[in-house]
Design a protein around this ligand. Sequence first.
Ligand code: COA
Ligand code: MG
Length: 289
Amino acid sequence: MPDTRLRPRRSALYVPGSNARAIEKARSLDADVLIFDLEDAVAPDRKEEARRNVAEALAKGGYRAERVIRVNHLSTREGVADLKMAARSGCDAVLLPKVEGAKDVRDASLRLGASGAAEMTLWCMIETPVAVLRVEEVAFASPHLACLVMGTSDLTKDLRARHTNDRLPVITSLSLCLLAARAAGLLILDGVHLDLDDEKGFLDSCRQGAEMGFDGRTLIHPKTIAGANAAYGPSADDVAWSKRIIDAHTRALAEGKGVVVVDGKLIENVHVEVAERTLALAGAIAARG
Ligand code: COA
Ligand code: MG
């Protein structure tokens, strides 16, 4: 399994492959991940142009973020051409849309192998009812799979649900996918917030996603990067608290005690593990600059 889990993935911005200005601007943005999109964000008659743009941009370089390419579905001619380009592009991962079972993941791996990129990391979109029902099978499908990405717009459409502030209509799906990701040791990113004028709704749903355990959020506009980075990254208070409980627990162990109470809260091994991960993530974010 690709072990890149302690890189921050708080913010993952979709960058349309047909938008040259957005591809250029992405070099200056503070997103942890850039998802160069060849699929939904690109009109059918601009697929080839988008593929060329993304190949040229990655060859030129200058991106600080992790670089992921979302290809078209591999049942299409465009998807096959996208995957061949991605195999040679030097990207960090390929994101497969509309994955609905282990076979889709293995098929992509085989095709990448045939293009000389057998070790390429795969990410999968979970965005249909079938995918949610088979998410455990998908999550364990391949040692090259590293991340699940929720496609909540497609999922909401297929469920005939509505977009609500509390996201209750998709909460079961989000939870099932989160369970599968954690069971398989994968990353998982939450879906996009479509209303760009609704900052409060965006931040509230980021907080909800972070509380559920998501590693980060997929985004459609640069103005939402800072909010996602703040919501999914450790705050200064989280870091200070983590240091305090690690210190207190270390002192308790030295005195032969396995537990300690800090500010009225019981601290055991399990809390120390969480605190250590929090500090490691804060360190990884600081190292990114
Ligand atoms: N990635 C990189 N840069 C982006 C961007 C993105 N996704 N969205 C906007 N920008 C840039 C614009 O190019 C513009 O740059 P500039 O002012 O420095 O030239 C700046 O951010 C402000 O953009 P703005 O004018 O507010 O938005 P817009 O009208 O250009 O674009 C959208 C709005 C929604 C069309 C655009 O954000 C977008 O295409 N988002 C991605 C959609 C997508 O990928 N969908 C599929 C996955 S859900
Ligand atoms: Mg989709």
